[in-house]
Design a binder for this molecule. Structure first.
Ligand code: C2E
Ligand code: CA
Ligand code: CA
Length: 694
């Protein structure tokens, strides 16, 4: 066997093992710190002086002694024979062994032995190098020992634990961990974590483990998601720590998993509760506001990029009032679902309570995007809802706004709200995008509202009367009471200047009461006046639950004959109000009070309204009258049809806005019995019409 074929080991690899090199080798070994000795196979023939330093013996004390006498007793020496065989076969061997010091103490060495060859292939003896590994061996043993102890401690620990080898394979797990992930030991040991760990968390963990391998990290702790065998999501508080050997390479990793599923999910549930609207599960006000704030933060300096839409269902109150609150809730849920389906992919859909929904558009927003979203919102409600077994048509008004320089979340929502009011004012079921003129208008409305409150306190409202004439003989048979604001600076103001604000702020209720009171006093105070008086009542007033009682009280208290009064309601007012209206109106009619539907023909369910409500008359809207000149027009035909309808069901028909004798003649020909308009007289103080009594 040639030496080249022998796998030579570290420290002796430079020696060519013939006897001539032996001499050189000895010279080297004289100064080596490791122990080097030479045997003839059994007896030490030469040993380096360094043996004194390590084992206490002088070289001459050992030369001639059996090499085995260096070995500490009480160790398993099975290796001696097999190593010998290997050496005699011409191979090198490496062996850890415990040697005995002259003082009787023991020490661990790593021995590397090589056969020395004579001519031919015969083995002359062995050359052995001994390297001290005592400390290393002890710490490794300690490690093994601690691993052993660790295993038994771990097996009974209450928290989940696992041991991993440096390749992160699971080499041991305890019962608690098996229980946590609902798996058997066999399913885990030898396998990887991917079976039980969330894939995303695994990627992060792999990076951390890599850093441990590189020595950048010794331990890490993080919350990880696990899956049990049934697929349930679990949360674990995971700590991984590495045990290293002397040269720093990882020997073992421990993983501790504390089950925090319960706390985490209940905390999540709580967080969820705080963030969501319980009825619809949409984001609640808080969450939406935070989202808007974040969006504003992230777009600082680029004002137009954040956009919100504010939606308010049209006439939602009516659903609550007619079908009940449970049906109302059902509808809100259904609407929330539609909005989510149509917009929820990119936008945040939230509910602010009631029938108010807020959408935060994805960034960057611009007017076109808001328009698109507003369109989607109206579109999403196009199909009827079926609520409590009933078909319900629902529309929404939408106000949208883009952030202005310096906008806050509250400010932005306010802008959208202003645009929403504008959309509602425009006639509902439509959308508007905020612009600064709206802000000015909103400010003006606020100012008007303040002024109206003062006007109420200062009694600045007066009543004008406009005569109603019988068309057959032009005789005056009644008046319509029309409110005027006697503004201290601006003089007499028509309702058009303040009614909108009065209705929005519900101040109309107070104003209406004042008007009715004034009318009753006028009637009571002027016995010479025999005409009936029509009083306008708006939807806002009708919606007040105490409206009927207050009205009846005012009339009864004034002592007038109730048949002298007519209440004028618009179709839309009747349509948008609460259920008990039918009974309320019936009670008024039973008192002898007339009930006229105002602006007739401009609403949408005219005919059924007349059938369902205790109505005594209709007032043809003046838009019909002004276009009467063309007998071929649609409005001509409609005015004619409505007259015969009124006549056939015994209603009084009053045509409004009659300005010319021609119109009057046409109307009379169609069958309208009464007329009101500038032809007969403009609204004026009562004194212009009658001689004022005491
Ligand atoms: P309305 O009930 O349709 O009242 C008739 C309106 O038409 C009045 O306007 C009247 O001045 C106007 N008018 C009368 N004849 C003619 C005519 O020949 N040609 C033209 N172009 N217009 C004519 P006004 O007084 O400005 O009232 C506007 C609306 O304000 C009323 O419309 C009514 O809905 C509401 N309103 C007036 N007073 C009250 C009130 O006391 N309470 C409530 N809730 N609403 C009121
Ligand atoms: Ca009227
Ligand atoms: Ca009218």
């Amino acid at each position: 066997m040639s030496m080249e074929s022998v796998p030579l080991q570290r420290r002796a690899s430079d020696a060519h093992l013939d006897l001539s090199s032996e001499e050189r080798y000895r010279l080297l070994a004289e100064n080596a710190s490791d122990i080097v000795y030479q045997t003839n196979g059994l007896i030490i023939q030469w040993i380096s002086p360094s043996v004194t330093q390590w084992l206490g013996w002088k070289p001459h004390e050992l030369i001639g002694a059996p090499a085995l006498s260096l070995l500490a007793p009480d160790q398993d020496l099975a290796w001696v024979e097999s190593n010998r065989d290997q050496l005699l076969a011409g191979q090198s061997v490496v062996q850890e062994m415990e040697l005995i010091h002259r003082d009787g103490s023991k020490r661990w060495f790593e021995g590397r032995a090589r056969p020395m060859m004579r001519e031919g292939d015969s083995v002359e003896g062995f050359m052995v190098g001994l390297h001290d590994i005592h400390e290393q061996r002890l710490s490794r043993r300690a490690l093994l020992l601690s691993e052993k102890r660790y295993r038994s401690a771990m097996q009974h620990a209450g928290v989940g634990m696992a041991l991993m080898n440096p390749h992160f394979d699971i080499i041991n797990v305890n019962e608690a961990l098996c229980e946590f992930v609902g798996r058997d030991e066999d399913e885990l040991i030898g396998g990887s974590w991917s079976v039980v760990t969330n894939a995303d968390d695994l990627i992060v963990e792999a990076e951390l483990l890599d850093r441990i391998s590189k020595g950048e990290l010794d331990t890490f702790r993080r919350v990880q998601r696990f899956r049990d065998a049934a697929g349930n999501m679990l949360y674990g508080d995971v700590t991984v720590a590495a045990a290293r050997d002397d040269d720093g390479s990882v020997v073992l990793l421990t993983k501790q998993v504390v089950d925090i599923t319960e706390q985490t999910t209940s905390r999540r549930r709580l967080a969820d509760l705080a963030a969501r609207d319980p009825l619809t599960s949409l984001s609640n006000r808080n969450t939406v506001m935070q989202a808007v704030e974040r969006a504003l933060d992230s777009s600082r300096g680029d004002a137009g990029r954040v956009g919100v839409l504010f939606a308010d269902l049209d006439n939602f109150k009516l659903i609550n009032e007619t079908l009940g609150h449970i049906a109302g809730d059902e509808l809100l849920k259904a609407v929330a679902e539609r909005f989510t389906t149509y917009l929820g992919r990119d936008a945040i859909v939230g509910r602010f309570g009631g029938d108010e929904f807020v959408i935060v558009a994805p960034q960057p927003a611009d007017e076109a995007l808001l328009t698109y979203y507003a369109h989607l919102m109206t579109q999403s409600l196009k199909d009827d809802f079926v609520i409590a077994g009933r078909r319900v048509v629902m529309t929404t008004s939408v106000g949208a706004a883009l952030a202005r320089p310096g906008s806050t979340a509250t400010g932005l929502l306010q802008d959208a709200d202003v645009a929403l009011s504008e959309a509602k004012r425009d006639g509902k079921a439509r959308w508007r995008i905020f612009d600064l003129s709206m802000a000015d208008a909103a400010m003006a409305r606020l100012e008007t509202e303040g002024a109206l409150r003062d006007a109420i306190d200062n009694d600045e409202f007066i009543v004008h009367y406009q005569p109603v004439h019988q068309l057959s003989d032009s005789s005056r048979i009644g008046f319509e009471a029309l409110v005027r604001w006697n503004h201290p600076q601006q003089g007499l103001l028509s309702p058009g200047a303040f009614l909108g604000v009065a209705e929005d702020s519900s101040l109309i209720t107070v104003i209406g009461r004042k008007v009715l009171g004034q009318v009753c006093r006028d009637i009571a105070g002027n016995p010479g006046m025999t005409e009936h008086v029509a009083v306008n009542v708006s939807a806002i007033e009708l919606a007040q639950t105490d409206w009927l009682d207050a009205t009846v009280d005012t009339i009864v208290d004034s002592g007038i004959d109730p048949t002298r009064l007519i209440i004028e309601l618009t179709e839309t007012a009747v349509m948008s109000t609460r259920r008990s209206l039918q009974e309320d109106l019936a009670r008024l009619r039973d008192l002898g009070i007339g009930i006229h539907v105002d602006d007739f023909g401009t609403g949408y369910s005219s005919i059924s309204l007349l059938r369902d409500l205790p109505v005594t008359g209709i007032k043809l809207d003046r838009s019909f009258v002004s276009s009467l000149s063309d007998p071929d027009s649609a409005s001509y035909a409609l005015a004619e049809g409505l007259a015969s309808l009124a006549f056939s069901i015994g209603l009084i028909g009053v045509a409004e806005g009659v300005e010319t004798p021609v119109q009057s003649a046409f109307l009379r020909g169609m069958g309208w019995t009464h007329g009101q308009g500038y032809l007969f007289g403009k609204p004026a103080g009562l004194g212009d019409w009658i001689e004022i009594g005491a």
